[in-house]
Ligand binder design. Structure first.
Ligand code: AMP
Ligand code: GLY
Length: 425
């Protein structure tokens, strides 16, 4: 029996949990979990911020592996506390996670190791004038990024100089707290985005099905940035040739460089790409699985996921734990509360969850169970994920299920996967 503790409470974690319990002989614990996760895992009632308490729980209960879903506990050093107590962890150390937690670290690292990315300049708070001068001489659009973690809100793609100057004013003015004390100003990259997850033990790695996220709130990639309104995989933009380049020009030098820097990277390395005419460049790294890409990627995964993550955590990646990276296609449509990513209401009962068909999995994100009934409890509520033999079929199945599930103020995009389907027609 492999005892696994999963940290997190979102749609990504419900998907990781669902895939882990498909493995033989797994007993899953979750902290704090959500109503979807609670059906397949034993919920642990501990303070998620008290790392030593979590470590003690693992030691007392002979936990074999801890899988950390979100970036915040990794940035706060949970992996380091657990590892120092001899517990296997699938997540990078705090110092390796700097690839996500500091944009400046990531850019300087990529520059040093010749990893393709947008040209950039970095400025700190004392260099506001120099940053303004640099922007005045930059081509438009220009991209301004706060250095630290800012819940996906620290990136401004400015189409006018005025907007760019206002962005640095706000960042240096403290609107992102200490995350904005340093900024990166970078060149705008043309192309189409894709996300690739590499599962790694620090030196060896395997990639999962390439996916595409839909970050904007409105159809046609318009409106505000969100945590992600849907995803699909495998993404046709990532051809076998592009994937080879991603491995040789990005993933291999990243893992090698991180080891050389003294921060060996163990866990899931999320590579956010901009692909232009078959050439991939890094937009961002994340130190964890993506949300909602994971909902699509793991729904097509065929293999022993628990063994894959456990072997990586132990430093002996077992690539044969994967039978097929993708069995068919998957589309995940996020059902959100109207008003998200700004103000929205919650507390509405969700109906139709019992009526969905076999080829659809509904992952819980912002839900709450009251007297056996599921209610909305967040901006992103559910990830309705459907399989299909083609991308189009998975999309059709997903939207059929979306029509069956009801709650007040339900909002979703109607064009998830459309960009990928264009390639096949
Ligand atoms: P990030 O948090 O760094 O992934 O940035 C958020 C979003 O901003 C990305 O998903 C892209 O859509 C966009 N973006 C960031 N950097 C660039 C860039 N240099 N060129 C074009 N778009 C970018
Ligand atoms: N879907 C984007 C992210 O997880 O950062």
């Amino acid at each position: 029996m492999t005892k696994i503790l999963l940290i997190g409470s979102g749609g990504r974690e419900h998907t990781i949990a669902t895939t882990l319990v498909k493995s033989q002989n797994v007993h899953l614990f979750a902290l704090p979990g959500n109503p979807g996760i609670s059906r397949i895992a034993q919920i642990v009632a501990l303070n998620a911020k008290n790392h030593q308490e979590i470590s003690n729980f693992c030691l007392d209960n002979s936990i074999d592996l801890v899988v950390i879903g979100p970036e915040q506990p990794i940035a706060d050093g949970l992996s380091d506390v657990l590892r120092s107590d001899g517990i296997n962890v699938f997540a990078p150390s705090r110092s390796a996670a700097q690839l996500e937690t500091s944009k400046l670290f990531a850019k300087q690292f990529m520059e040093k190791y010749n990893i393709p990315t947008a040209r950039f300049r970095a400025f700190d708070k004392s260099q506001k004038q120099a940053a303004s001068d640099y922007i005045l001489n930059s081509d438009l659009p220009v991209v301004i990024k706060a250095d630290g973690l800012a819940a996906g809100k620290g990136v401004i793609v400015a189409t006018t100089t005025g907007e760019a100057l206002q962005a640095i004013e706000e960042m240096f003015g403290g609107s992102f707290g200490s995350a904005g004390e340093k900024i990166v100003v970078e060149e705008f990259m043309q192309g189409e985005e894709a996300s690739i997850f590499a599962i790694t033990d620090g030196s060896n790695f395997v990639t999962l099905a390439p996916a595409q996220d839909h970050k904007r709130i409105l159809d046609g990639d318009k409106g505000k940035n969100t945590g992600g309104m849907g995803a699909y995989c495998p993404a046709p933009i990532v051809t076998p040739e592009v994937l080879e380049k991603v491995k040789s020009q990005i993933i291999i030098p990243t893992l090698k460089g991180m080891s050389e820097e003294g921060h060996p990277y163990v866990g899931c390395l999320y590579v956010g790409l901009m692909i232009n005419e078959g050439n991939p460049k890094v937009v961002e790294y994340n130190c964890r699985f993506g949300d909602p890409e994971t909902q699509a990627v793991l729904s097509v995964f065929d293999g022993d996921f628990a063994e894959l993550l456990f072997s990586a955590a132990k430093g002996e990646l077992n690539a044969s734990a994967i039978r097929e990276i993708s069995r068919g296609y998957a589309t995940c449509v996020v059902l959100a509360s109207k008003g998200y990513p700004d103000k929205y209401e919650t507390g509405f009962e969700i109906t139709g969850l019992d009526e969905i068909t076999d080829n659809v999995i509904v992952y819980h994100a912002g839900t709450k169970e009251i007297d056996g009934k599921i209610h909305t409890n967040g901006g992103r509520v559910l990830g309705v994920t459907a399989l299909g033999a083609s991308l189009k079929e998975s999309q059709t199945n997903a939207y059929k299920a979306v029509d069956i599930i009801h709650f007040e103020n339900k909002y979703f995009r109607r064009d998830i996967a459309a960009k990928g389907i264009k390639y096949s027609s």
